[in-house]
Design a protein around this ligand. Structure first.
Ligand code: NAD
Length: 508
């Protein structure tokens, strides 16, 4: 493997540090990052010690004093510069994302493009952090609301979007006037070091304090330092529902704010009025893309019984043509799972499907041979199973697709909603009534509901997130910025008296 992309990103292969500039290189413990592509050691990153953590938070707090008083459009200018430098590093960073996480090279580039797009969005937003004005009930009074930054925002991120999800949070939080401390996934630390290095340089070139954006590295224990820390008013956490339940409870117990982006169990309803050619593309990409490791991956197809056999046959045929292998080779459709634990979870789910009465239509299995030396390559598979089975209601972060049958649309919508998660959903139909019912209050209960496109992926312009066990948070576009700011209502009296609200009299 040619590792020159690491040099281009300024990532030192033997000890990447944590890039906080706070003696992180002295740490005694390290995380070794192995590529799921070929099992090779890519580099090591020091784990943040307790003492370093305290320094990072103090540095971030000090930086907040400068950053919060900078006019928002000036903060936007820094984010604009970061977006420009990301454009220069897109090739190298996209390659690192692909090699460290295992997604296809195109998807690696796509992730960096999302970072660039959110920078552009945040630059415009820096001039649009609007509050409302209200008519006061009292004469010569003016009422309005304004938004102030929270302070230090903790960002905990998952392995599957090792760079984009941080950028969705950080770029918006930064223009809002917050400073950020990032705890990336321990499975993809080098991607994080690269992003942080590039941003640190932009800050330095502008004579801004390094604490505007910091990073701490390690496993969940470092994450816990953030979630328990009363100096951090907002925690944005992306990851499993299991993690989100712990993080949500910990942050709530200290009356902090949390923004949770957790697991999904996404379904596509395919009606008898669907255009089956486009269904197939959306369904197969949604189920096998990123080896089923997107929070928005399609996990369930709910198919009308009149077309069920036809869709089933076409899916089985399409699955038999899928090429699995090195994700840096553009001829392959599916790369590896992140690690051996993920492979074990995939195998356990297949056993469970059979125990719960399911039938495999396309068999799974772990691939062996030189091309699959990391041991993380698995076969995307399809199972036919009852919608009521427990296993169907769980998120397995792997390319396992469930086929479920329905007779009328109300039943399909019931099946779609009858899982604990509520992230992404879709209907495939050319019938306006079916589409509108699905989008109506009687339809999908998810944060994302699409018509004639699959569940997977999202544009940065919309608010991204989901309901129920997906956590309820919204980040990225639309008015998601409000989650990163505190609201203040202001009333100004420019009369010569002090009238009380609700007509209350208090004569002295
Ligand atoms: P994970 O929950 O194992 O880890 C995510 C992050 O949380 C890591 O940085 C980890 O160190 C940290 N963490 C774990 N336990 C913690 C604790 N108790 N306190 C503080 N931090 C803790 O998730 P993963 O395996 O990295 O990612 C896959 C999961 O993420 C899937 O469930 C997927 O659906 C979800 N995800 C959701 C979204 C979304 O926007 N809804 C996006 C991407 C991934």
């Amino acid at each position: 493997m040619d590792f020159s992309f690491l040099e281009k990103l300024g990532v030192n292969k033997t000890n990447a540090g944590t890039s906080t500039g706070l003696n992180a290189f002295n740490s005694k413990t390290h995380i070794s990052s192995y590529s799921p592509v070929e099992g090779a050691l890519i580099g090591r990153v020091s784990v943040t010690s307790e003492e370093e953590y305290q320094n990072v938070i103090k540095t971030a707090q000090a930086a907040f004093k400068t950053w919060k008083t900078m006019p928002a459009p000036k903060r936007g200018e820094i984010v604009r510069q970061y977006g420009e430098v990301l454009r220069e590093h897109k090739e190298a960073l996209g390659r690192l994302v692909s090699y460290e996480m295992g997604k296809s090279l195109q998807e690696g580039y796509g992730e960096v493009q999302e970072m660039i797009d959110i920078c552009d969005f945040a630059v415009g937003l820096s001039r649009q952090l609007y509050g409302l004005t209200m008519h006061s009930e009292r004469p010569k009074h003016r009422m309005y609301e304004q938004w102030h930054p929270y302070g230090v925002v903790g960002i905990i991120s998952a392995f599957n979007f090792p760079v984009a999800v941080w950028a969705w949070n950080a770029m918006i939080a930064l223009v809002c006037g917050d400073v950020c401390v990032w705890k990336p996934s321990e499975k993809t630390p080098l991607c994080a070091v690269a992003c942080q290095n590039i941003l640190s340089k932009v800050l330095k070139d502008n004579n801004l304090p390094e604490g505007v954006s910091c990073m701490v590295t390690g496993d969940y224990k470092i994450g816990e330092l953030l979630t328990q820390d009363t100096r951090i008013p907002l925690i944005s956490a992306t990851g499993s529902t299991r993690m989100g339940k712990i993080v949500g409870a910990t942050v709530a117990s200290r009356m902090g704010e949390s923004l949770l982006e957790l697991g999904g169990n996404n379904a596509i309803i395919i009606t008898q009025n669907a255009d089956l050619d486009s269904v197939l593309v959306g369904a197969v990409f949604g189920a096998v893309g990123t080896c089923g490791q997107r929070c928005t991956s399609t996990r369930r197809l709910i198919i009308h019984d009149s077309i069920y056999d036809n869709v089933k046959q076409r899916l089985v045929k399409a699955y038999n043509q899928i090429k699995i292998g090195n994700p840096l080779d553009e001829n392959n459709h599916v790369g590896p799972l992140i690690d051996k634990d993920a492979v074990a979870a995939y195998q356990n789910t297949i056993l469970e499907i059979e125990k719960q009465g399911g039938k495999m239509l396309v068999d799974g299995g772990v691939l062996k041979g030189d091309e699959y030396i990391s041991g993380c390559y698995v076969k995307p598979c399809i199972a036919e199973i009852s919608a009521e089975s427990n296993i169907v209601k769980q998120e397995t972060f792997a390319p396992i697709l469930y086929l479920l049958k329905y007779t009328d649309l109300e039943e399909a919508i019931y099946i779609q909603n009858n899982v604990p998660q509520g992230l992404s959903s879709a209907i495939m139909t050319n019938d306006l009534r079916e589409a509108e019912l699905f989008l109506s209050v009687e339809g999908s209960d998810c944060g994302i509901a699409n018509v004639n496109i699959g569940t997977s992926g999202a544009e940065i312009g919309g608010a991204f997130g989901g309901e129920k066990e997906t956590g309820g948070g919204r980040e990225s576009g639309s008015d998601s910025w409000r989650a990163y700011m505190r609201r203040q209502t202001n009333t100004i009296n420019y009369s010569k008296t002090v009238p009380l609200a609700q007509g209350i009299k208090f004569d002295l």
